[in-house]
Design a protein around this ligand. Structure first.
Ligand SMILES: [Zn+2]
Length: 125
């Protein structure tokens, strides 16, 4: 995940957790998870009109809460725009040839350049 800061600088956001399901900061990953869950509230298949109405209502409430949290997370880091990239998730595994010991190693693909997060330290409120 890259980000445009309020200075105009574009930086790559560092991973800050031990999860194996994503390569970007945990808060940007959790935002994607929440957006996905909220979108499922809009799934119409197998629902009555009343259930679809409640799904729509629930999705609107949950999306409002998610976006308010995302805005706070971005503002306190000085981020004006998030720029997703292909390495955010899932973890992409690259197969490499057999090593000299006969084992086949797998290494995750990572971006070639990781910029240091100049937005740190956070201005916690
Ligand atoms: Zn994580």
């Amino acid at each position: 995940m890259r980000a445009e800061l309020n200075t105009g600088e574009i930086v790559t956001l560092q991973k800050d957790c031990g999860c194996v399901t994503h390569n970007d900061p945990h808060w940007t990953y959790m935002d994607r998870v929440a957006a996905d869950l909220n979108s499922r509230l809009l799934e119409p298949t197998g629902k009555t009109p009343e259930q679809r109405w409640h799904g729509l209502h629930g999705a609107a409430i949950e999306e409002g809460a998610r976006l308010a949290q995302k805005l706070r997370d971005m503002q306190r880091r000085g981020i004006v725009r998030l720029i997703p990239d292909e390495f955010d998730d899932p973890v992409v595994v690259r197969h490499v040839p057999l090593g000299v010991d006969g084992t086949r190693r797998q290494t995750p693909l990572k971006p070639d350049v990781i910029l240091q997060p100049s937005y740190l330290p956070l201005n916690e409120q």
